[in-house]
Design a protein around this ligand. Structure first.
Ligand code: TK8
Length: 339
């Protein structure tokens, strides 16, 4: 092959790759995407935000730049959601639980003990039900790209090990700003206090609250082991995170730019779930080494919790709609039967 031909082919390849962004080539400034999140940079959330940012940079040939901003520096989840709706911020990742005030169907994911393993979670979140609930956000000014894994939530506190439901009595427990969580933990006897995640460490440190509940990964990355002695493995609910875009801003993007974000989001999701699961599988040993006293909630006690929460299940079914509720149960039975 002559040098000339090779150069021509190379030039043609570059042209093809760059074609979607040809229209933008007059723009000197890349599109800046502020991507906010609540946890530290050194967390599963922070690592995946970086993977997302790198993927967007690469796929857009540097024409789209994601600035990942962690530690709730752009505000807690609920504040960022409003900034996205208003168009003052482009993207974020956060809990689906704090979105329920905007899109009530998100409450489905708050259902205690809904999933028994991550396979079930992936199937439901990435399947038609997860998609439909995500689409509902669009009426409210948000575009949901993908679900990331926050994880199965466990309980920590500074008072005592929780071996039975009654051990929760009177424990001042921070919960997310979400009615299902609030009602559930009140029903179980805790003194449940809704609070933004960004205020949680200080609240634990100053004993404004005695405890909280989050997945292993967050207990580690947010250093809750410094201010909490007891960890009870409850797996009481599987929490997703959702990657959100301001619809106002999204509607101004070209189809190719939207594709860059969609593809990078999927890539970040696959990375994030794997990373989270790897980290979670080692977390018990890590947290024990950090001095936490860990116990597992006996199965019979988990069943007692579930039974006490009957009213909460009815409340969720009403919020998400009976069709979706029944379809969810049907899907889960199918997955479980297929094992
Ligand atoms: C991080 C939160 C966190 C959530 C919570 O911003 O608030 O407890 O589990 O992951 O979204």
């Amino acid at each position: 092959m002559t040098f000339f031909r090779r150069t021509l082919i190379a030039a043609a390849t570059v042209a093809t790759l760059a074609a979607p962004f040809a229209a933008m080539s007059q723009d000197i400034k890349p599109r800046l995407i502020r991507f906010g999140y609540g946890l530290n940079e050194a967390s599963n959330q922070g690592r995946a935000a970086k993977v997302f940012a790198d993927a967007v940079d690469k796929a857009s040939g540097g024409k789209m730049k994601v600035r990942a901003i962690g530690a709730a520096a752009l505000g807690p989840d609920t504040q960022m959601q409003q900034a996205l709706i208003g168009g003052a911020q482009e993207m974020m990742v956060g809990s689906t639980a704090t979105l329920v005030g905007i899109t009530k169907e998100m409450a489905l994911w708050d259902t205690p003990f809904l999933f028994s393993n991550v396979k079930e979670a992936d199937a439901l979140l990435d399947g038609p039900i997860g998609e439909r609930i995500k689409t509902k956000l669009q009426d409210k000014g948000l575009v949901g790209l993908v679900y990331w894994e926050n994880g199965f939530r466990n309980l920590t506190n500074s008072k005592r090990p929780v071996n039975k439901v009654e051990d929760l009595d009177g424990i001042k427990l921070r919960v997310m700003q979400n009615n299902v969580f609030l009602t559930s933990f009140k029903t179980l006897g805790a003194n449940a206090i809704p609070m933004a995640f960004s205020e949680l460490f200080t609240a634990l440190e100053t004993n404004t609250v005695d405890g909280q509940e989050n997945p292993f990964n967050t207990i580690l990355s947010s250093k809750f082991y410094e201010v909490q002695k007891y960890l009870t493995v409850t797996n009481h609910v599987y929490s997703p995170w959702i990657v959100l875009v301001s619809k106002k801003w999204w509607d101004g993007l070209s189809k190719d730019e939207q594709k860059v974000l969609n593809d990078a989001a999927k890539l970040s999701r696959d990375y994030e779930r794997k990373d989270t699961r790897d980290e979670a599988s080692k977390a018990m040993a890590d947290l024990t080494a950090k001095g936490m006293q860990i116990n597992e909630l006996p199965r019979a006690e988990a069943d007692r919790m579930r039974n006490k929460l009957t009213r909460v299940y009815a409340q969720i079914a009403a919020e998400v709609g009976m069709d979706t509720w029944i379809e969810t149960q049907t899907q889960l039975l199918k997955i479980r039967g297929g094992k």
